[in-house]
Write a protein that binds this ligand. Sequence first.
Ligand code: SF4
Length: 480
Amino acid sequence: MQFREADAFHEECGIFGVTGNRDAASLTYLGLYALQHRGQESAGIVTWDGETAFQHRAMGLANHVFDEDILRSLAGSVGIGHVRYSTTGQSQLMNAQPSLVRFRGGWLAAAHNGNLVDSANLRTRLESAGSIFRTTTDTETILHLVARAYARRPAGEEADKAELLAEALRGVQGAYSIVFMMDGCLVAARDPRGYRPLCFGRVKNGGWAVASESCGLDIVDARVEREVEPGEIVIFEPEGPRSHKMDAAGAPESFCIFEYIYFLRPDSVVRGVSVDTVRRELGRSLAREKPADADIVISVPDSSNAAAAGYAEESGIPLEFGLIRNHYIGRTFIHPKQSLRDYKVRIKYNPVADTLAGKRVVVVDDSIVRGTTSQKLMDMIRRAGAAEVHLRIASPPIRFPCFYGSDTPTRGELVASSKEVAEIAEFIGVDSLGYLSLDGLLASVPGSSESYCVACFDGSYPHESVIKEAATSAAGRAEG
Ligand code: SF4
C-alpha cells in the first residue's frame, strides 16, 4: 500500500510552459519542481525544436522522472510540462501529461489542470462521430475539439490560433487552466470562471513562462507579468503575449477558494495577495470566531503553519512546534496488514512530548475530510501528554465533493456530510472543535465573495449539470 494522504483534498495538477529560451526543457523541469505540491504521481515534458516535438513522461516525482540525459534529449526553445495527482489507478502512465498528438495543423500538445464537468457527454459525442481515445483524461477530449475546429477551416488557410482555441473551447464546461504547444507556439488558456490559477511572466534571461502558481515563475527567475484572466487565451508570439477573450468571458468568476486554504504554496502570490498572508488572516478570523482557553497553539505542519501563526497572533497564546513532519516519506510503502496501518500517520508526524506534556493545546488544521487522520493525530497528541486538545479548523465543514479538479472522496465519506460539529468532535476525540464560518472564510480572502467557488462547503455548484451529477454520482472524483 503506497502512503498517500488519503484523508485530504488533493490538487490534481500543476502546469508550466516556456517559450523563447534555449533551455526550455531545463526551465520546464525547474517549474515542475516548484509545482510538485500540485501533483506527485506523474510528470512529463514536451518540447519543440522548430521541426519536431519531443516528449518524456513517467510515473513519479519530477526529480525521479528526469535526469540530465533526458533533459538534454528534449531539444528546443519551447516546452510545456505537467505534474499530475492521479486517482483513477488504471493505466496511469497512459494518462500522464502533457498529451502530444500530430494533426492537420502540425504538432499539438496540452497540459491541463482542472476537470470538465461535461466530459462524458463530450466524449460520447466525439466517439459517435468516430473519434478514438487512448486515455481517460479530459485533455485528450480538448485535443480532439481543437483538431475538429481546425478541420472546419478551408484547407491551406492559415488559422488564427486564438480563434481556433476559442472555437474549440466554446461550450466546454468546467474547470480548465491549460498550456498548449501548437506547432511550436506556446498558448495559455483559462476557463471563463477561472477555477484554477494560472499566471505568466518574462524570464530574465530570455522568453516567457506560464505557471499554475507564481512560485513556478520565481524558480526560473521570471518576473510575474500578470494572471491569465478568466476566459482569456494568451498567445506567446515572437513580439510578446497577445490576449484574446473567449465568447463566454464575463461569466461570473468562481475561483476555487480551497486553493487558498490548502492547495497553493504559501510563497505564491495569487489575486495580488500572498497565500501566506491569506492563511494568517484565516487563522486570525478563526481565533476571533472560535477562541479557546489554552496554553499553546500548534499547527498540523506544513499547510496549517500560517493559519496557526495567525491564530496565535490574534489570541495572544504562544505558538509552539508540537508536531514534527517528516518531509522525506516520498513513495513509502506500508504493508497492507491492518495492524500496520496505524503507522501511516506516525510515518508523517511525530509529537514533541516536552512541548505538549501537561499543556492545554489548540491544534490548528486547514480542513477535515474523512476525519480519520485527525482522529489519529489528536490521539497521538494526547498520548504525548497534552492535558486538553482543542481542534480549530481554518475552513468550514466540507459537506460536498468537488467536480472541478480536486480529488475528493464521495459525499458519504466526508465526515461533515452526516455528522454535526459536536458529533465530529466526539468521533475525533477532542475536548472542543471549532470551524471557521463560511462568512469568516469569505471575509478573509481577497476580492468579492461572489468571485469564489465554495461548493464543497455549501453545495452551490456553479454548473447546474454538476448539481444533478452530485445528487446521483457515487464517484465524485476528478480526473485531470
Ligand atoms: S468545490 Fe471546493 S475544491 Fe472544488 S472548486 Fe469549488 S471550492 Fe474548490
